[in-house]
Design a protein around this ligand. Structure first.
Ligand code: PXL
Length: 305
């Protein structure tokens, strides 16, 4: 029953973000909330779990699973008739969480919400047989494929793209033709558009590959030879914020990549900052990045032949 119709009198776009809240380390909600709020989006967190830190290079972190609570939160939101302009999902710890998220997304899609899925499964070519073929991983990969089926946009990194398509992780930089093949494979899972992150174009250039319908692009990331943690969550957060602000898929991807490039440029000025602390994005927001009218255009067309 709708208790108060005004609940849906939106002045700015409203997004539900289905992710964990990791207290320290800059991932998931601690990135999505500040970044998207700074873009003028109302962010409504649907927390999947509360952790003391994220799980990369931290031992003995605490984790409170909120799967049961997710169902109650959704039930209350539905009871008050809340409608979202986007539902955006990221890291998920079980097939049941994915299933709950899928049902919520499908309901919100009926009222016009964009469904944006970051199929978080792993990174850095983490394709060793034991991890990939564990029961849990098989379940997660299957669940993520189902989410990809109903998504408007998916944003896997190259490792996740290979897991979703059951492809070997490439041992050398991909040609444009190979990239088109992988993008088409992912589109085949059901999404309308795809962003693949962490794609090596040559030994020292990295890009985000984009497919929107039958248009293919590469967005130049620059390249720094060390890992950065939590960047996938920031990228999808800014992408979602930009889509809700009226940007096309490729322009939203460009904004997200450019924002990350600025955060990485600042982070590398502090070489003693541990990788697990993530990237310094807060000063970029403080300095008004999203209020600037012009951002660097990093878009190149992908050669389809
Ligand atoms: O998407 C990154 C991420 C999110 N949430 C948790 C994580 C990680 C990556 O390490 O551990 C809890």
């Amino acid at each position: 029953m709708i208790q108060n119709k005004n609940e849906n009198d939106k002045i700015i776009p409203r997004a539900a973000v289905v992710q964990d809240m990791s207290g320290f380390g800059r991932v998931s909600l601690t990135e999505a909330i500040p970044a998207m709020s700074a873009m003028g989006i109302e962010v409504c967190p649907l927390p999947t779990a509360v952790l003391s830190t994220h799980t990369y290079e931290f031992k003995d972190y605490t984790l409170l699973d909120l799967t049961d609570e997710m169902e109650k939160i959704i039930a209350h939101w539905e009871e008050i008739g809340l409608e979202f302009d986007a539902v955006y999902s990221g890291y998920m710890s079980s097939a049941r969480q994915i299933d709950i998220t899928k049902r919520f997304m499908l309901n919100q899609k009926k009222v016009g919400a964009l469904a944006i899925v970051d199929p978080v499964l792993g990174d850095n070519a983490l394709l060793d047989v034991k991890t990939v073929y564990s029961d849990r991983m098989t379940e997660l990969i299957g669940g993520m494929r189902e989410l990809c089926e109903i998504a408007d946009t998916i944003t896997p990194n190259l490792t996740e793209a290979c897991l979703l398509l059951e492809r070997e992780y490439p041992t050398s930089p991909l040609t444009d033709a190979e990239l088109v093949e992988i993008l088409n494979g992912l589109i085949g899972l059901g999404a309308k558009s795809v962003l693949i992150t962490s794609v090596m174009e040559s030994p020292d250039t990295m890009c985000v590959a984009v497919c929107d319908g039958d248009e293919f692009y590469k967005i130049d990331c620059g390249y720094v030879s060390r890992p950065f943690h939590g960047t996938g969550d920031l990228l999808t957060s800014v992408f979602t914020g930009a889509r809700l602000s009226g940007y096309s898929v490729v322009n939203a991807a460009n904004l997200a990549v450019d924002f990350l490039a600025k955060a990485i440029e600042l982070t590398v000025k502090y070489p003693r900052m541990p990788i697990r602390h993530g990237v310094l994005f807060e000063p970029i927001i403080r300095d008004g990045y999203f209020a600037e009218k012009e951002h660097t255009n990093r878009i190149k067309r992908l050669n389809r032949e």
